[in-house]
Design a protein around this ligand. Sequence first.
Ligand SMILES: [Zn+2]
Ligand SMILES: [Zn+2]
Length: 240
Amino acid sequence: MKTLRKAAALLIRIIYPCRCIGCGELLDINKDQWLCADCSKDFKEPDGYRCESCGRHIDCKGKCSDCRLDKIYFDKGYCVLDYKGAVRNAILRFKYKNKFRYAKYFGKILSDYADSNILFRYDYVTAVPLHKARFKKRGYNQSELMARILAKNINSEYRDLLIRQRPTLPQNSLSKKQRQDNIKNAFIPAKNSDIKGKGILVVDDIFTTGATMNECCRVLKKHGAYQVDFIALSSRSNEE
Ligand SMILES: [Zn+2]
Ligand SMILES: [Zn+2]
């Protein structure tokens, strides 16, 4: 039976060959891989300092400029990878090219990171929500897919705790001030969400200025969450 299953899996991989999620190169069908040797270098956790508050990779000890200047609503942030090279390519495909199956790999990256770095036991894991129009267009919320895998692996429960009540402009084309205005009051708690007194971990794919994540955490805190942390698959440096 086991041999049969193995043969079927191999056959599927011959018909649908596996490609590197970073560069698209064909991978060895006999190995269970997501990345080629070159791209896997970008998927290593960066060495050096991390912001004491949001956890992003920075040049010197302490806090990043956003965390120094802004009012921060999360208790602790965790950013796993740097948003560059193969990581950036893979996330773009994951979000915009229908590659929702990458969630399996990204969910594992988040789970492994949480296992080694997070001691807190969360009541709920949730994701930064999309507006329903964008969700309909994309067909999935990439952060939710990762968050569901993470929740299972850290023995927590996934819940949709927030709703994006109005459409917002894509944050990547805006300045920091514009991002904050764009996202202000965009989120409300989902109906019957059980936030009060709870420990919550919010999941997102990219952490840039933190405006979106901070706003999600503000709403959760405002509605009585006891502890709100976040984990992002990747972060962009704000020191450039
Ligand atoms: Zn590659
Ligand atoms: Zn920071």
